[in-house]
Ligand binder design. Structure first.
Ligand code: SF4
Length: 164
């Protein structure tokens, strides 16, 4: 029951975040939960379970922007390993620089998170309009890191490195 409601309305968490952190930028850091969770799920062997079930932004694309979507196939280059790697490095680089230059300033650090969430969500919304609703998810850095971790875990299992 709760899972069913969340699947339909989980995007409200994203909207609440965008409004709350607009007025209280310090709250921007709350985004760290959604950034680390997909990685933690992947590390615990659950693959991209977070992306498929809990991510408020994925839920937003699935339930809201899908109504505006032309649902064209995602261009191949957005799914390529090169572009996904670039996005991981680009976003991590931006975060690291932003946090480093605002160290000791809670407002500034909150804004670093908030700005990146707003910009990447806007990009995701625009892409949703042209391509499949969850186009952003094909190269979202946190999704890519989770996929990479899951792939590593699978290849270790195939080579028999896991404990029996
Ligand atoms: S790929 Fe990124 S935006 Fe999409 S569901 Fe996963 S964490 Fe959320």
């Amino acid at each position: 029951m709760i899972a069913k409601i969340y699947r339909k309305y989980g995007f409200l968490i994203l909207i609440a975040y965008l409004i709350a952190a607009f007025f209280f930028p310090v709250l921007g850091v709350v985004a760290v939960i959604c950034m680390l969770s997909p990685v933690i799920f992947a590390l615990t062997g659950k693959g991209r379970y977070w992306c498929g079930h809990f991510c408020p932004r994925g839920n937003f694309f699935q339930n809201v922007t899908c109504h505006l979507s032309k649902k064209r196939p995602v261009p191949a280059f957005l799914k390529s390993a090169a572009f996904r790697t670039f996005m991981v490095l680009f976003i991590i680089g931006n975060f690291s620089f932003g946090i480093y230059s605002n160290w000791g300033n809670a407002y500034g650090i909150g804004m670093v998170f908030y700005r990146i969430i707003v910009i990447t969500t806007l990009i995701g919304v625009i892409l949703s309009g042209f391509y499949l609703p969850r186009t952003w998810c094909t190269f979202c850095p946190m999704g890519s890191i989770s996929s990479f971790i899951s792939w590593l875990k699978r290849s270790r299992q195939r080579r028999g490195y896991t404990k029996v």
